[in-house]
Ligand binder design. Structure first.
Ligand code: CAA
Ligand code: NAD
Length: 329
């Protein structure tokens, strides 16, 4: 029986309370100093930003130079929001701070060069098993032998991503699942696959705490904790819309005002990315451990139609809502 507490976060590793630490200073307790983030999309840029905020040296790697540029813009915009609150009366100090944090993130399109001296690599590329397996092989070849290898996958088994690695590299491989928007969301799921070593979990938890986040350690099961509960809810909201029970706007209003959610399910789908949502649910329906054929994850005509039209949500300017006039719904 666990004691219920609202005053502090606790972890499953000995139920240690997360020690309140000085905001934005790096933690001496984490052996991880250099972080490489692979994938400069919304998640990768967020992970790079937060790591650099807490004084880690960061390389941000993407196959696409334009994605790196977009990632830098995302970080600059997000950091400006943070800086405005951190230094409310000192605009010059705020902009110097933003520049200093951005200066700790080095963008590159070269994987081997980007991971060469990393203590931790966090992969945040497209949700595709083949792409991730190939990437982990390449990363394991190019990164130092002590480096932790982490995936930010939403839905794919860490065990499968690491399938082709040798036993020693597998022991250093785990899931580090961040939440969107990374600068704001406090949780990181630390996912222990069957092959993950205890030392890797310990170091990963220390890293998560060093960047001001709360770790939740869990096993390598589909959706880990949050997505296993969140995805059925999001898909059921889409079915409600498909059945004509209510308009998207009204369903969103209902869940925000009637259930206290910060975003309605359609705002959340658009925020996550409809392509990512489809990758997750299609994957689970076809081959999710214990979820194969589960009708909660069956294809949705509405979702398929939007993705086929390139309406991927906030990131493409249109999804269930149109963001072309205002960036925010
Ligand atoms: N960078 C920096 N700060 C940000 C930010 C960003 N990208 N986005 C929001 N913020 C900050 C704002 O500055 C503001 O800070 P203060 O309260 O200190 O002033 C705060 O967050 C609230 O922002 P807003 O007032 O603009 O808007 P809001 O109140 O609607 O909050 C939100 C925005 C935090 C995103 C909130 O709507 C929310 O929590 N939504 C739910 C998000 C969620 O469920 N995420 C998980 C998705 S699932 C997932 O990620 C896993 C997966 O694998 C798919
Ligand atoms: P995104 O589409 O915004 O970005 C993906 C990036 O990966 C793109 O910039 C792309 O150019 C790059 N990329 C693709 N293949 C690559 C490769 N081989 N090497 C380097 N870069 C490559 O996607 P995202 O929303 O940031 O999601 C990334 C990962 O994070 C996915 O696994 C997703 O499931 C997971 N995730 C997403 C969310 C979310 O809310 N969007 C939340 C948690 C986890």
């Amino acid at each position: 029986m666990y004691k219920y507490t609202t005053s502090s976060f606790t972890t499953r590793l000995g139920m240690r309370p997360i020690v309140a630490r000085a905001l934005y200073s790096s933690s001496a307790s984490s052996p991880i100093k250099r972080v490489a983030v692979v994938g400069g999309g919304q998640m990768g840029a967020g992970i790079a930003q937060v790591s650099a905020t807490f004084e880690h040296g960061v390389t941000l790697i993407d196959v696409n130079a334009e994605a790196l540029e977009r990632g830098q813009k995302y970080m600059a915009k997000s950091l400006a929001r943070v800086a405005k609150k951190k230094f409310p009366a000192e605009p010059n100090v705020a902009s110097d701070w933003v520049e200093a944090v951005l200066g700790r993130v080095r963008p590159t399109t070269s994987l081997s060069e980007g991971v060469r001296s990393a203590d931790l690599v966090v992969e945040a590329v497209v949700e595709n098993i083949g792409v991730k397996q190939k990437l982990f092989g390449d990363i394991a070849q190019a990164a130092p032998g002590h480096c932790l290898l982490a995936s930010n996958t939403s839905s794919l088994p860490i065990g499968r991503i690491a399938e082709h690695l040798d036993a020693e590299a597998k022991a250093r491989t785990l899931g580090l699942h961040f939440f969107n928007p990374v600068p704001q969301m406090k949780l990181v799921e630390v996912v222990r696959a069957e092959h993950t070593g205890a030392q890797a979990i310990e170091s990963a938890v220390a890293f998560v705490e060093s960047i001001g986040k709360a770790p939740a350690v869990c096993k390598d099961t589909p959706g880990f904790i949050v997505n296993r509960l969140l995805l059925p809810y999001m898909m059921e909201a889409i079915r409600l819309l498909e059945r004509g029970a209510a308009e998207a706007r009204d369903i969103d209003t209902a869940m925000k005002l009637g259930a206290g959610y910060p975003m309605g399910p359609f705002e959340l789908c658009d925020y996550v990315g409809l392509d990512t949502l489809k990758f997750i649910t299609d994957g689970w329906f076809k081959e999710g451990d214990g979820l194969r054929g589960d009708k909660a994850f069956a294809a949705s005509p509405k979702l398929d139609e939007l993705v086929a039209a390139g309406h991927l949500g906030v990131k493409s300017g249109r999804g269930f809502y149109d963001y072309s006039a205002s960036k925010k719904k």
